[in-house]
Design a protein around this ligand. Structure first.
Ligand SMILES: *Cc1c(COP(=O)(O)O)cnc(C)c1O
Length: 402
């Protein structure tokens, strides 16, 4: 981030989210280039950062979208994502969401259970449409050998087992209102090892071959998201190694390769700017109290996630401090034992790697207004979401005052 950070903080106020759009472009082209020579589509996982300008930026480069609610589907379409590049995933979809997705004629509805397949079939029948579907398969990768945050195990709520998936494909293939054209898996987030992804690809590619043997032709092979990023000193997966592993596993299959990166695209494009309110010492322990809080950036509180924190343009000897927000919860912190110089009122702190699962997880807890969002692109800065006001927050309640 080369722009003058103090000037941005003064211009837009804090707390503030700032996203580097050039970085996002670089990430997109790096991944897209890694898939060069094969039919592929990058379906950005909108939940990571769903600001319309962020989605539009990716859509302008040709990205599709992976959505987990009809609200996200609407965002994708408002931002200009082509409808044939939109996937609707998620473990539970309401009938009205299914209906709208079918009416909007998006690329795929991704099914996560047999019961959901029956609902989609029913809604499609009502509309007299054929629903293009994919099924989320659970490759059941052993977590003992691959210690990472997993969603690809049979014991969790996502997807269906291989045998069930096969039965569902056979059913869907016979249905007048279902068209099974895709297969999907997503084994977890912040993956830093390639082996589990490779293994999952091999398992799912085998399933595609056995479906082909019974004349069920899968056209879209969706490997999900989950590519990890560097928050501190992680060694992550390179885009080329990732694509090569997928090519290897799907060799001989005539499919379009889909992937759904969220964090990879935006995590390190973003920073959260927060100003120091004051310092205090409790029983010998140093606290830096800032104007941002867990309602703005929940990851430290929710996952005990690490975010690098730096003071901008402040010199001096560093000592250990907990960086905390004003919210009435002990879990309201951004970092513990952070080495920081002595800070005074209005000094600026930058919380790095905040572009993914930052603003999208924000809430109004403690009637705190959501932060503003700013884009940096080609040396220019621009507001992409105004700071919320008190009036924005109470609008839907004021009408009911007696
Ligand atoms: C959350 C999610 C993603 C994106 O995950 P990242 O770790 O941000 O890449 C992709 N696909 C599905 C189905 C998801 O649930």
């Amino acid at each position: 981030m080369n722009n003058d950070m103090n000037a941005l903080a003064v211009k837009y106020g804090t707390p503030l989210y700032v996203y580097d759009f050039d970085y996002i472009e670089n990430r997109y082209t790096t991944l897209k280039d890694a898939f060069a020579g094969k039919k592929s589509m990058i379906n950005y996982a909108v939940k990571a950062n769903s600001n319309l300008s962020v989605i539009q930026h990716l859509a302008n480069m040709g990205a599709g979208a992976d959505c987990v609610s009809i609200g996200e589907v609407r965002r994708a379409m408002d931002a200009g994502v082509d409808k044939y590049k939109i996937i609707f995933s998620g473990v539970g979809k309401r009938d009205d969401e299914i209906r709208e997705a079918l009416e909007k004629d998006i690329l795929l509805i991704n099914l996560e259970s047999e019961a959901e397949m029956k609902r989609v079939e029913m809604v499609a029948k009502e509309l007299n449409k054929e629903a293009r579907i994919s099924i989320r398969v659970n490759p059941n990768i052993d977590p003992q050998t691959h210690p990472y945050i997993s969603t690809g195990l049979n014991e969790n709520k996502f997807g269906v087992e291989i045998a069930m998936a096969k039965r569902m494909y056979i059913y869907a293939n016979k249905s007048e209102f279902l068209n099974p054209v895709g297969i999907h898996f997503h084994i977890g987030s912040q993956l830093t090892k390639l082996d589990p992804i490779k293994e999952a690809c091999v398992i799912v590619a085998d399933l595609v071959r056995s479906l082909r043997a019974i004349k069920i032709d899968i056209k879209f092979f969706d490997v999900g998201g989950g590519i990890g990023v560097v928050y501190s000193d992680e060694v992550t997966i390179s885009a080329t190694d990732y694509a090569q592993a997928i090519f290897e596993a799907t060799k001989g299959l005539d499919v379009t390769l889909l992937c759904e990166p969220g964090r990879y695209m935006v995590a390190n494009a973003g920073a959260f700017f927060t100003s120091v309110l004051y310092e205090k010492v409790n029983d010998g322990k140093r606290f830096v109290i800032v104007d941002g809080a867990m309602n703005d950036l929940l990851r430290p509180s929710l996952y005990n996630a690490y975010h690098k924190i730096e003071a901008v343009n402040v010199e001096g000897e560093k000592t250990s401090a907990d960086v905390v927000g004003p919210v009435c919860e002990s879990g309201d912190f951004f970092g513990k034992g952070v080495q920081l110089p002595s800070l005074k009122h209005n000094d600026l702190l930058i919380i790095h790697s905040a572009g993914a699962y930052g603003f999208t997880m924000a809430s109004n807890y403690n009637t705190r207004a959501k932060a503003a969002e700013v884009a940096l692109e080609a040396g220019e800065d621009r507001l992409i979401r105004a700071r919320e006001t008190y009036e924005d927050q109470v609008r839907l309640e004021l009408a009911y005052l007696k």
